[in-house]
Write a protein that binds this ligand. Structure first.
Ligand code: GLU
Length: 417
């Protein structure tokens, strides 16, 4: 039998199904949530540096807008496909509802390999993507943001292109922008900061001292590198980190600031002299207190879950653990901070950025971080209440909170009768 648990779209459907059944709400809630309201597939033509024209496939998915305009990142990755983007949009609906943000879930992306593109090509591709989806996005409709392999510079080109099409500056179109054109203080660090915050809180409840914990981090992008750096600054021992080309291990701990400096000059982690090379798979199985999978989907599966030795898995990536692996971890007593909670700091500060854009009034980094903490604590408390009430995993509890809110919104809006 094919392992459907590796298909993130089917997994997202299954999670909503279980939540609707556990809550005992109208079956129509599942009928609506089991697929996105709108899925756009676009052809994105752009001119390569050598003058040839190439066409890439792009997507934008709007899962459910009962709670507000849809919101979610854009990823540039060779594996981007319709089912993946649909699942990621569904997970955004859960994240936004869980955090109490006035948004539904959206997501988008382009199937491409940024390592094969020059900066000029990435700019032209980004602008063409916005032209292709400009009719369906907007500050009150659907608000993109960064995700895997996209960054503030790409957001800047995109908001510029949209503003040109509209004939007016529309900074509220997109979040994760550079500060000088309406970005928010704290947005770049928000996902990693939130991940450390949520994981540290759970560790405390389990009697594990995060500030002295041994930590391994898979993925050294915007989420993993910030989480590693904050954990290191708190005193935790970061024994291993990795990126897509492989990892580094030092049982005595890695100086994360030094490594960040090395990455700035060398562009990747390879060859760093103060640690041993380690494979991505081995990294996941290290004897640590805390494991942060902060790369891509399907990293902890039925194949390796049994070998995980961490006490807590704090999910920075979206969908790193399959349901079968989840069950194995649960039986082993490994606690999991689910992705929809663990990486929700990003979209939460994106919401703050959008509020600042719409009100033209900007906050200090302190205000941003303090509000981030408030939103995350509230969501963690709601998740915990469901965890205790229904005796389910934290992931299932997060889905219960979110599905209940989505059901309430659809009910009062009259969608269910
Ligand atoms: N891409 C991020 C996520 O998966 C952030 C989305 C946003 O800021 O809208 O949560």
């Amino acid at each position: 039998m094919a392992d459907t648990s590796l298909n993130p779209f089917m997994r997202a459907q299954q999670s909503f199904k279980e939540a609707v059944e556990t809550l005992g709400v109208e079956p129509g809630v599942y009928e609506i949530l089991k697929q996105p309201m709108r899925t756009f597939e676009v052809a994105v033509p752009f001119i390569r540096d050598d003058g040839t024209l190439q066409v890439f496939t792009g997507y934008r998915v709007q899962h459910n807008d009962a709670l507000g305009p849809t919101k979610g990142g854009l990823r540039f990755h060779p594996d981007v496909n319709a089912d993946e983007v649909k699942a990621l949009a569904m997970w955004m609906s859960v994240k936004c509802a869980l955090l109490g943000l006035p948004y539904g879930g959206g997501k988008g992306g382009i199937a491409c390999d940024v390592d094969q593109l020059s900066e000029g090509e990435i700019e032209r591709l980004s602008r063409e993507y916005i032209r292709a989806v400009s009719l369906v996005i907007g500050p009150d409709k659907d608000i993109p943001a960064p995700d895997v392999s996209t960054n503030p510079q790409i957001m800047a080109w995109m908001v510029d292109e949209y503003s040109r099409i509209r004939g007016e500056n529309t900074f509220g179109l997109i979040t994760g922008k550079p500060l000088v054109i309406g970005g928010s203080e704290g947005r770049v660090e928000a996902t990693g900061r939130g991940l450390v915050f949520a994981t540290r809180q759970l560790a405390k409840e389990m009697g594990i001292e995060f500030d002295h914990a041994r930590v391994a981090v898979q993925g050294f992008g915007n989420v993993g590198s910030v989480a590693a750096s904050i954990a290191y600054s708190m005193g935790a021992k970061v024994v291993a980190v990795s990126d897509k080309d492989g990892g580094l291990y030092n049982a005595a701990g890695i100086d994360v600031n030094d490594l960040l400096e090395y990455k700035r000059t060398n562009r990747n982690l390879t060859g760093y002299p103060k640690a041993e090379p380690i494979g991505n798979r081995e990294l996941l199985e290290l004897p640590v207190d805390i494991l942060f999978p902060a790369a891509l989907e399907n990293q902890i599966t039925a194949d390796n879950a049994q070998n995980i030795r961490a006490k807590i898995v704090g999910e920075g990536a979206n969908g790193p653990t399959t349901p079968e692996a989840d069950a194995i971890l649960f039986d082993k007593g490994v606690m999991v901070v689910p992705d929809v909670m663990g990486n929700s700091g990003g979209v939460t500060v994106s919401y703050f950025e959008w509020v600042q854009n719409q009100s033209r009034f900007y906050w200090s980094e302190n205000e941003v971080n303090q509000r981030l903490q408030e939103y995350m604590s509230r969501a963690m408390a709601a998740m915990h209440r469901m965890h205790e009430r229904y005796g389910v995993t934290l992931r299932k509890a997060a889905y219960l909170v979110a599905t209940d809110r989505l059901a309430q919104a659809m009910r009062v809006r009259g969608w269910l009768k």
